[in-house]
Design a protein around this ligand. Structure first.
Ligand SMILES: Nc1nc(=O)c2c([nH]1)NC[C@@H]1CN(c3ccc(C(=O)N[C@@H](CCC(=O)O)C(=O)O)cc3)C=[N+]21
Length: 282
């Protein structure tokens, strides 16, 4: 049996961070220190750990960190005030509101208040609209990380058949938009909960991206031998982190991004890239 080549997001992200550190040095020479802000509401351990990782990354490349932490019972007005403060803070080049927000908060109302020029996640309606129209703007970090991971491993994109499983707002839906731009020009099938036969769509794909958040959804018999597979969604259990792709897929795929050390580190590297680009635009 063969074993898939690893799409190593940890190594690619380390390389990107070295490149960004050089660009940050140049910015600092011009008197500009890029700053990433994060707004975290509540005490979800996973969210805390993600936000911690983002600030560790910032320290590595010389980006300043601005951390805002609000209690779980923060009101809509409290969260909106935090957004407005970072919009107005000249030390903050760009920022993110860590998702998910507590259920009593209107997420769309919060995201719409972010200054689109400071939208490090690329999730503001103005930036998603620019993506649809093909106008330059901040791009969502995870889809951007997926495309960058494929490029750095020389996986062909143009003209290839992609099956994207899951069409959430942070991964699947914007990934479909990005992959069908002129610069990528892939053919994309977006599958979701109501798709009749997701396995049949996956089987014909050159690249399968699993971003549904359903543990071990993608089985070995769903994969065309030699295809590229990315396990993006994760489910936390007492036994540890389970990816959307069953581990045995490794025996069929040509290359595979694992649920840990694959797309996750690339998402973080693209967040830093969005900040450095925003600082360079000035
Ligand atoms: N506004 C917002 N923007 C986001 O980009 C965002 C978000 N909210 N909410 C949650 C999801 C999830 N996400 C991850 C990023 C990195 C890893 C990552 O680096 N994972 C490590 C493992 C980390 C671990 O062990 O938990 C790895 O794959 O090696 C994972 C997940 C960003 N998200």
């Amino acid at each position: 049996m063969t074993t898939a080549t690893l799409l190593d997001g940890k190594a690619a992200a380390a390389e990107i961070k070295r490149e960004l550190a050089g660009r940050v040095t140049i910015l600092k020479g011009r008197g500009v220190t890029p700053g990433l802000g994060t707004i975290l509401v509540g005490d979800d351990p996973a969210s805390h750990s993600y936000v911690g990782g983002k600030h560790r990354d910032c320290a590595q490349v010389g980006i300043a960190s601005i951390r805002v932490h609000l209690p779980a019972d923060a009101t809509q007005a409290d969260v909106e005030a935090a957004v407005l403060r970072l919009n107005a803070d000249p030390a903050c080049t760009g920022f993110i509101v860590q998702l998910p927000l507590p259920a009593h908060i209107d997420t769309h109302a919060v995201l719409q208040l972010i200054d689109p020029a400071k939208d490090a996640d690329g999730l503001h309606p103005a930036n998603l609209g620019r993506l649809v129209l093909g106008i330059p703007g901040a791009l969502p970090c995870t889809p951007r990380g997926i495309i960058e991971l494929l490029r750095r491993h020389h996986v062909p994109i143009t003209g290839r058949q992609f099956c994207v499983i899951g069409c959430g707002i942070t991964v699947g839906r914007p990934l479909g938009l990005m992959l069908t731009r002129k610069s990528e020009h892939a053919t994309v099938t977006l599958c979701h909960e109501a798709t009749q036969d997701t396995a049949a769509h996956a089987r014909v794909a050159d690249v399968v991206v699993a971003a549904a958040g359903v543990a071990h959804l993608v089985r070995p018999d769903w994969i065309k031998p030699g295809a590229t597979v990315l396990s993006v969604g994760i489910t936390r259990t007492v036994e540890g982190i389970l990816g959307d792709v069953h581990p045995d897929v490794e025996q069929v795929a040509g290359s595979l991004a694992p649920p840990v050390g694959g797309v996750g580190p690339m998402t973080r590297a693209m967040l830093l890239t969005n900040i450095v680009e925003a600082a360079e635009r000035g």
